[in-house]
Design a protein around this ligand. Structure first.
Ligand code: AMP
Length: 291
């Protein structure tokens, strides 16, 4: 565990703190978040602390990645609790910038954005057309401000991980993007800041997302080669669960290109997005034919 976490709110102070750390020979690990931290975020910090000399966790609810109809204003915020969790997990620095620090001319005046169209267009991108440009733009800015050698992202947001990885490669960011496994609640629901929107009953029943992915993965393991039929297996379970208000997508894709394969002959990624109560939840799982 780091001694006492240092909270930094400006880019200038962040640079001064991290230049000193780098000067002392320490590598910088980075965990970008939107706060409302839970054990999923803490697992990223722990992975970063095991592999790098100084861990920076950022907390910034990025307005650019929310559509006007989404939950930007309602998004849970708990900076004090977050900083305690980050410190306990081993972060040395919490970067908590204001919106003005990140977007000095205002969020509506940002002219330069980063897009990764082929990877970002489907699934989350189809449901949330401006989402990934917002994510990539803020992650690119944070990479510049933090200058990490390794940055840690959760597989929970599998498409985001693929998009950020590709952005870093295409734009030659000198950073290794590290994917970390999804942390789940005991009954299988992926931990998410948005689970706070759910009632206890909805939270328990929302584990159907994970069960639907497991059913899809079992179908693939049993030899199902049609991506459409694998998706149909997942949908049957989701459609049968009353707390699921609607299903945005159930998808079976190549884990790197995120394209639907003509036939499932090797590892694939299964992904779902659904509305449960007041929340929109996503989850995913790897699947592969038995050999
Ligand atoms: P967020 O604060 O939701 O933007 O997430 C910040 C980072 O934490 C992202 O890289 C997420 O993929 C990751 N994350 C969120 N939930 C989980 C989870 N349940 N397990 C592992 N990583 C997660």
């Amino acid at each position: 565990m780091a001694d006492v976490i240092r909270t930094v709110t400006t880019a200038a102070e962040l640079r001064a703190v991290l230049d000193a750390e780098r000067g002392d020979g320490r590598t910088v690990g980075f965990v970008p978040t939107m706060g409302a931290l839970h054990d999923g975020h803490a697992s990223l910090v722990r992975a970063a602390a095991a592999e790098t000399g100084v861990v920076v966790l950022s907390i910034f609810v990025n307005p650019l990645q929310f559509a006007p109809t989404e939950d930007l204003a309602a998004y849970p915020r708990d900076a004090e609790g977050d900083i305690r969790i980050a410190e306990e997990a081993g972060a040395a620095v919490a970067f908590v910038p204001t919106e003005t620090e990140m977007y000095p001319l205002g969020r509506d005046a940002v002219l330069t954005t980063v897009a990764v169209p082929d990877l970002a267009g489907r699934m989350e991108g189809a449901s949330r057309p401006t989402h990934f440009a917002g994510v990539c733009t803020v992650v690119a800015k944070l990479f510049h401000l933090v200058g990490p050698c390794r940055a840690y992202f959760g597989e929970k947001d599998f498409q985001q991980l693929a998009v950020v990885r590709r952005m870093a490669l295409d734009l030659s960011f000198p950073v290794e993007v590290v994917g970390c496994p999804t942390v789940r609640e005991p009954h299988g629901l992926a931990r998410s800041s948005r689970n706070r929107y759910l009632t206890d009953h909805e939270r328990e029943r929302a584990a159907v997302l994970h069960r639907s992915l497991q059913a899809g993965a079992a179908a693939v393991a049993d030899g199902e080669t049609s991506p459409e039929r694998v998706c149909a297996v997942m949908r049957v379970l989701l459609d049968a669960e009353p707390v699921v208000r609607s299903v945005d997508y159930a998808a079976c894709v190549d884990p790197t290109t995120l394209q639907v394969p003509a036939s499932v002959t090797g590892p694939v990624r299964l992904l779902v997005a659904a509305r449960v109560g007041k929340a929109r939840l996503i989850d995913n799982l790897e699947a592969a034919p038995a050999r």
